[in-house]
Design a protein around this ligand. Structure first.
Ligand SMILES: [Zn+2]
Length: 255
C-alpha cells in the first residue's frame, strides 16, 4: 500500500507539473498587485533581493523547479488537506511540510538578515508563490479528491478537472494579460486594506475552507458560461486579496 501510494505520487509529480498551482497568469497578477502596495523602503530591499526583477516575474519559479528531481520534496509545500469540520491544528501533519508550515518557515528565513543572500532570495520567491496558492480554494483541499484534481469535468467542451478550472480555466477565459487583469481588479480602500493585511495564515486557511462549498457547487460536470459567470468576480477578488496580503506580509517581514 505504501509502495502504491509512493508510486502514485511519483506519477503525479512527474506527469503533471501544474497539479497544485494557480496558472502562470494568476501568480503574476498576485505579484503585480503586491508590488504596488510595498512600502518604499521594502521595495528597495525587494529589488536588491531579486536583483532587479519584480514580484510578478519571480512568482512562478516554485512551479518551474518542480521539473527537477532534486526539488521533488517541495511538492507538498503548495497545499494542505483539511477535512470539513477539522482545524489545521487537528490534522495529522505531513512530515514533508505543507503550505501553512512553509509560509511560516519562509517568513522567518526572509526576516533573518544573518542568513545568506541565496536563502533569503529563495524564501522571498516562495512567499510570492505560496501567498497566491493559499488563496486558491482548492489548495486547502480534500485528500480524497486531491484538491479537486480527481473531479473530472468538461470546461467549455474540453476534458479538464475542477482544480484546473480554478487554477487556469476561469482566469484564461477572461482573455486578459496579467497586467490587464491586475489593473482591472486592483481597487480597494484604506479600511479594507488594513482589514485584509491585519490577518494571518490561519485566517487565510479558514477562508479557503469556507469557500470550498461554492467551488463544489456543480449543477453538472459540463461547466461553461454559467459556472464562469457565477465565479469569476469571486476568483478575481481572491487574487486581489492575495496580492494585498503579500504586500502586507513583506512590509512587516522586511521593514
Ligand atoms: Zn503552487
Amino acid at each position: 500500500m505504501k509502495k502504491l501510494f509512493t508510486a502514485l505520487f511519483i506519477t503525479i509529480i512527474t506527469s503533471n507539473t501544474s497539479l497544485f498551482t494557480w496558472g502562470q497568469i494568476g501568480h503574476r497578477v498576485v505579484g503585480d498587485i503586491a508590488q504596488k502596495y510595498l512600502d518604499p523602503i521594502v521595495l528597495k530591499k525587494v529589488n536588491t533581493l531579486l536583483e532587479g526583477r519584480d514580484l510578478a516575474m519571480v512568482s512562478n519559479w516554485c512551479d518551474h523547479i518542480k521539473s527537477f528531481k532534486k526539488h521533488d520534496h517541495t511538492f507538498w509545500w503548495h497545499f494542505v488537506n483539511v477535512e470539513d469540520g477539522k482545524r489545521y491544528s487537528e490534522v495529522t501533519h505531513n512530515k514533508n511540510g505543507d503550505i501553512v508550515e512553509a509560509i511560516q518557515r519562509f517568513s522567518k528565513q526572509l526576516a533573518n538578515d544573518k542568513l545568506s543572500f541565496q536563502k533569503r532570495h529563495e524564501a522571498l520567491k516562495w512567499l510570492v508563490h505560496l501567498l497566491g496558492d493559499i488563496h486558491q480554494p482548492l489548495h486547502v483541499g480534500y485528500a480524497k479528491d486531491q484538491g479537486g484534481n480527481l473531479i473530472s469535468v468538461k470546461w467549455f467542451g474540453k476534458k479538464s478537472n475542477l482544480h484546473a478550472v480554478w487554477d487556469e480555466g476561469i482566469i484564461n477565459h477572461q482573455e486578459l494579460s496579467y497586467t490587464e487583469l491586475s489593473k482591472l481588479i486592483n481597487f480597494t480602500n484604506v479600511e479594507q486594506l488594513k482589514k485584509l493585511q491585519n490577518s494571518d495564515v490561519n485566517v487565510w486557511l479558514n477562508e479557503g475552507m469556507k469557500l470550498r462549498k461554492r467551488v463544489y457547487d456543480l449543477k453538472s460536470k459540463e461547466l461553461s458560461y454559467a459556472y464562469q459567470a457565477h465565479n469569476v468576480e469571486f476568483l478575481n477578488s481572491q487574487l486581489l486579496k492575495a496580492g494585498i496580503r503579500l504586500a502586507g506580509l513583506l512590509n512587516k517581514v522586511l521593514k
